[in-house]
Write a protein that binds this ligand. Structure first.
Ligand code: FA5
Length: 339
C-alpha cells in the first residue's frame, strides 16, 4: 500500500496543478471521499497487526487534515485569481447578460385601491377598514335589510354559524354603519376591501371580489353632490371627463337609489366591453335612507348624505382591460407579472 508520505506528496502535486474549482472537487473525492485513498487506509486498520493499528490510524487523520488544508489553500488562491482577473478585465465578458434581481410588483387591485385612496384623501375623505367576518347587524339589519327582507336572497351570503349571526361580508356597506356609529357628522369616508358571495362564478362574477364603499354625511346633501363626486372619481381614474347617467336602482339602505353608468371609455359606437351599448354599469349609489341614519343615531332631520358601492374588481377590469374577473385572484404568475 502507498505510504502516507507518498500519498500526501501525490495529493499536493495534483492540488497545485488544479486550475478550476471543479478539478479541486474531483481531487477531494479521490483522496477524502467515501471511497477515497484515506478511507481505504482507515478500512485497512483491522487487518493490521495490533501494535501497528494505533499509529496508522493517527497518521491517517494527520494525512486527512494536511490534504484538507492544501485543498482549502488552493481553493482560496483560485477564488482570489478569478477576482483579480475580473477586476483587471481579463476573463470578464462584458457581453454576458447581467444577473437580474427578480422584483415583485403590486397587485392591480392594490394599485387601483391606492390610487383611489389618494384621490379621496385629497377630497377630504377618511379611509376606513372593517371586518371581513361581520355581524348580521352590520351586514344587513342596520342597513334596513331585516331577517325576512327579500334583498338578502340577492346577496348569496356565506354564513359562518347556524344562527346566521355571523357571515363573510357580502358587500362593504357594513363599514358605513360602523362609520356612522363612530364618527360625528359631518364626515366623508371610503372603505375599500374584500367581499364574499356564494355564487356561481363566471367572467364577471367571482366568489371573492373587491368593492369600495363611500359615504358622505353633511347638511343638505343632494344627488348633485353625489354626481359631482362620481365624476371626480372617474376623471381621476380615466384622466378625462367621463359622461355619466343615473338609472333608478333599488337598495333598502338608500332612497332614492341609483345605478350609475359611465360612458364607455374604450369606444365611441359600442364595443365588447360595454356590450355595444356605449354605457358601462359601474356603481350603485343613492341618498342614505332616513331609517339607516336613525338606526345609527344620526338625526335625519338635521343630516343627510349619499353612499355608493364601487365594484373595484369591475373597475380594475375596465382600467387594465382584463376580460375575466377570475384572473384577478387566480394566482397565475403569468397574469400577475404583467403589472
Ligand atoms: C352592493 O353591494 C351595495 N352594497 C352597493 C351600494 C352601496 C348601493 C351604497 C347603494 C349605496 P351590488 O350587489 O350591486 O351592490 O354590488 C356592487 C358592485 O359590486 C357591482 O356593481 C359589481 O361591480 C360588484 N360585484 C357584485 N358582485 C360581484 C361578484 N360576484 N364579482 C365581482 N364583482 C361583483
Amino acid at each position: 500500500m502507498e505510504s502516507h508520505d507518498d500519498l500526501l506528496k501525490r495529493a499536493k502535486e495534483q492540488i497545485l496543478a488544479a486550475s478550476t474549482h471543479d478539478s479541486l472537487k474531483e481531487i477531494e473525492r479521490e483522496f477524502l471521499g467515501k471511497k477515497g485513498a484515506v478511507a481505504a487506509l482507515l478500512a485497512s486498520i483491522p487487518t493490521l497487526p495490533p501494535e501497528e493499528r494505533r499509529d496508522v490510524g493517527k497518521n491517517a487523520n494527520i494525512l486527512k487534515k494536511a490534504i484538507q488544508e492544501s485543498l482549502d489553500a488552493r481553493q482560496a488562491e483560485l477564488a482570489q485569481s478569478t477576482l483579480s482577473a475580473e477586476r483587471s478585465g481579463d476573463g470578464f465578458d462584458a457581453t454576458l447578460p447581467p444577473k437580474t434581481l427578480q422584483s415583485g410588483s403590486l397587485h392591480p387591485i392594490t394599485q387601483l385601491t391606492r390610487q383611489l385612496e389618494d384621490l379621496f384623501l385629497s377630497m377630504g375623505y377618511t379611509v376606513l377598514d372593517g371586518p371581513e367576518v361581520e355581524l348580521d347587524h352590520y351586514n344587513f339589519e342596520a342597513l334596513n335589510i331585516g331577517r325576512d327582507h327579500p334583498a338578502r336572497d340577492s346577496q348569496d351570503t356565506f354564513y359562518c354559524d347556524d344562527a346566521g349571526d355571523l357571515s363573510l361580508r357580502p358587500h362593504t356597506s357594513p363599514v358605513q354603519v360602523r362609520a356612522m356609529e363612530k364618527l360625528d357628522p359631518p364626515f366623508r369616508i371610503v372603505a375599500p376591501g374584500r367581499c364574499f358571495r356564494n355564487e356561481t362564478t363566471d367572467a364577471s362574477h367571482e366568489h371573492t371580489f373587491h368593492q369600495m364603499e363611500g359615504m358622505v354625511i353633511g347638511k343638505d346633501i343632494s344627488v348633485g353632490h353625489l354626481i359631482g363626486a362620481m365624476k371626480t372619481l372617474l376623471r381621476g381614474i380615466f384622466h378625462r371627463d367621463v359622461e355619466v347617467r343615473l338609472r333608478p336602482g333599488h337598495f333598502p339602505f338608500v332612497e332614492p337609489g341609483f345605478e350609475l353608468d359611465a360612458r364607455c371609455p374604450f369606444c365611441e359606437g359600442g364595443c365588447s366591453v360595454c356590450g355595444r351599448t356605449t354605457w358601462i354599469e359601474l356603481l350603485p349609489c343613492g341618498l342614505v335612507h332616513p331609517n339607516v341614519l336613525k338606526m345609527s343615531g344620526i338625526d335625519p332631520e338635521e343630516w343627510s348624505g349619499f353612499a355608493f358601492g364601487l365594484g373595484l374588481s369591475r373597475l380594475a377590469m375596465l382600467r387594465y382591460r382584463i376580460d375575466d374577473v377570475r384572473h384577478l385572484l387566480g394566482g397565475d404568475m403569468r397574469f400577475l407579472e404583467q403589472f
